[in-house]
Ligand binder design. Structure first.
Ligand code: BMA
Length: 320
């Protein structure tokens, strides 16, 4: 007995404190409505890309009617010195009734074979949100390809390359009574989509991603597979909590899930993530890769644009 107590009292060797994998930028939020050259309610859920060495964000902007459009913001270092466009870049068009209630949550992918960016966005129609596509080369002119998938569907992004001559897109249909999961569809021409396959499912029970899941940032090609950032929603008595997690899809066949994090990667902690128009939300639509550093552009509480960084190797390490 005495020996057991002595053993219990023996000081355990201290483990060095683990460095956090996700590091929030100390200047967060990096963009708010106060940075906008015209009056708006909130700016959030931005797509991101590196264009000619600059970081370009396509930011969702909610006006004072509640309807959203997209505006371009550029920065030389992706952190500060943002130059915000003087007017909306992609706003609901009367020629596109599917956008009647707004243009939301864009994801950008550089299409290698087509030599242009694809924007997958949520077009909010009178009869629900759907997935629409547009392309651009310069973020000044945009070519709409129209609705790709009918309501209710959101959280879509394209892969940068074709697979056997077909474009692939991840997206998140909502199936009444059967939850909200991530699917993959194929197209020969970016207009006609089919061969739909279920890829990643929401968990059940108490898990952080049990309520519903959806793609966050577009698939990122790594030598281990396609790195997927996705959001998970947990419904609680006081509302939903939106957190972010990771999965890895097979490089040659992205319908195969190679790994998925059990825990969330990051969730609402800071005041600017806890409090806002929709509290307890971290929501990400874009990331960039700069010298093996992944820069996540995400929104806190549907009210701002924030930056967090992580080493690519550390993220992949979570998916072993
Ligand atoms: C989702 C989307 C996002 C939003 C999130 C949290 O369903 O509508 O635009 O950021 O909810 O409110």
């Amino acid at each position: 007995m005495a020996k057991r107590i002595a053993n219990a009292r023996r000081a355990k060797p201290r483990r060095a404190a683990r460095k956090p994998i996700i590091v929030r930028h100390e200047g967060n939020p990096i963009l708010t409505a106060a940075d906008w050259p015209y009056p708006v309610n909130t700016v959030f859920n931005a797509a991101a890309a590196i264009v000619d060495g600059e970081t370009v964000l396509l930011v969702r902007v909610e006006d004072h009617s509640g309807v959203s459009h997209l505006t371009v913001a550029r920065s030389a270092d992706g952190v500060g010195g943002w130059r915000v466009g003087p007017r909306p870049a992609l706003a609901p068009s009367p020629a596109h009734p599917e956008e009647a209630w707004g243009v939301e949550d864009p994801r950008l992918t550089w299409l290698e074979e087509a030599g242009c960016f694809a924007i997958a966005y949520t077009a909010y129609s009178h009869r629900g949100p759907l997935v629409a596509l547009a392309t651009t080369r310069d973020f000044k002119t945009f070519k709409r390809l129209g609705p790709a998938l009918p309501p209710e569907n959101k959280d879509a992004a394209l892969f940068p390359t074709t697979f056997g001559g077909e474009w692939l897109m991840l997206h998140r249909p909502v199936t009444g009574g059967f939850g909200a999961h991530i699917w993959l569809s194929r197209s020969p021409d970016l207009v006609h989509w089919g061969e739909h396959e279920l890829v990643l499912q929401a968990r059940s029970g108490p898990y952080w991603d049990a309520g519903k899941i959806g793609l966050s940032a577009p698939p990122l090609r790594t030598n281990k597979g396609w790195l997927i950032l996705y959001h998970g929603v947990r419904n609680t008595c006081s509302g939903a909590i939106y957190r972010q997690g990771l999965a890895l899809l097979d490089l040659a066949d992205p319908t195969k899930v190679l790994a998925r994090t059990g825990d969330w990667l990051f969730g609402p902690e800071a005041g600017y993530e806890r409090v806002g128009d929709v509290g307890n939300v971290v929501f990400c639509c874009g990331w960039t890769l700069v010298d093996k550093e992944v820069r996540l552009y995400y929104a806190g509480a549907d009210s701002n644009v924030c930056l967090a960084t992580a080493r690519l190797g550390d993220l992949l390490g979570l998916l072993r």
